[in-house]
Design a protein around this ligand. Structure first.
Ligand SMILES: O=C[C@H](O)[C@@H](O)CC(=O)C(=O)O
Ligand SMILES: [Zn+2]
Length: 280
């Protein structure tokens, strides 16, 4: 398991590009018939990727569950949110089968023993992107299409940030323990997300960028508002944002990203917005 012990904002000021990437960036999540996983000690959030090609892949494939989580199965004390960022695939959760098309979402409750992934067509595989958080009780496993998400349109063309925040795993849509997740779609010709930038001291956040052509990139801004740095993100990369860090991006073209949050509360608007003229 790739384990990330969290550096703090004081260390962050002196880190090189490579060190920032090693600490916060997550790459190569989709390797045929494997489970890729990164365990972050920031709020104990775990990011997983699975691209089933010729096998039915279980969530715990290659993971020493007792050693990593101290439990008999991964979701014994955890909940998980899953988005399909590839072609059609199936998830079976304790015997119940869910077919996910591109950008569909499945929330799976704590207490689910067996979770497996399969592609409808191995030559055009599904790509399951997942974030898991510790959970204290069971909620309802729920399948969500983009039409079920709460829509929050934001930004405008003049500021190159016209976009729609689709809140899938959010208290207004379904109950979870601490996880919230959604998908933000930029309109063509728009490149900025989350500007003015914000932090939320009470939650951490993980982004993954996709719908990004191979020859394009997103400059992902992080750090305290008066100590910003950037990481270069390519299609399918993810990035961990501790509570002290801004998380905003500017693409060389439009893109989509999935955000996931965990921590003290689920109050989406509990943000400390940093005025653009105060960024350094
Ligand atoms: O705390 C909220 C998260 O940073 C994202 O939902 C922000 C976002 O999708 C956007 O502004 O485009
Ligand atoms: Zn945020």
């Amino acid at each position: 398991m790739d384990i990330r012990y969290s550096v703090n904002q004081k260390h962050f000021k002196r880190m090189t590009t490579e060190e920032v990437a090693e600490e916060f960036k997550i790459t190569n999540l989709y390797v045929a018939d494997t489970i890729q996983a990164v365990y972050s000690h920031v709020d104990r959030m775990v990011t997983f990727g699975c691209m089933p090609v010729s096998e039915t892949v279980p969530l715990d494939k290659g993971i020493e569950c007792m050693k990593t989580f101290g439990t008999d199965y991964i979701l014994e004390r955890r909940e998980i949110g899953i988005f399909n960022l590839g072609n059609t695939g199936t998830i079976v959760a304790d015997g119940v089968s869910y077919t996910l098309d591109f950008q569909d979402c499945l929330y799976i409750t704590r207490g689910t023993k067996e979770v497996t992934f399969q592609s409808a067509d191995g030559s055009n595989p599904a790509k399951f992107y997942m974030v898991s958080a510790p959970a204290h009780k069971s909620c309802k496993t729920t399948f969500l299409k983009i039409a079920d998400a709460k829509k929050v349109p934001l930004g405008d063309q003049e500021n190159c940030n016209k976009r729609v925040i689709n809140q899938f795993i959010h208290p207004d849509v379904l109950e979870t323990c601490q996880l919230s997740m959604g998908l933000t779609q930029l309109e063509p010709g728009n490149v900025w997300n989350t500007m003015p930038a914000h932090t939320h001291e009470r939650r951490m956040e993980i982004y993954t960028y996709f719908n990004l052509p191979e020859d394009q990139a997103v400059f992902h801004m992080m750090g305290e508002g008066d100590q910003t740095r950037h990481l270069m993100m390519h299609n399918g990369d993810a990035v961990i944002s501790p509570s002290w860090s801004i998380h905003a991006g500017c693409g060389t073209c439009a893109y989509t990203f999935i955000w996931a949050m965990g921590g003290e509360n689920q109050t989406f608007d509990d943000m400390d917005v940093i005025p653009i003229n105060e960024l350094r």
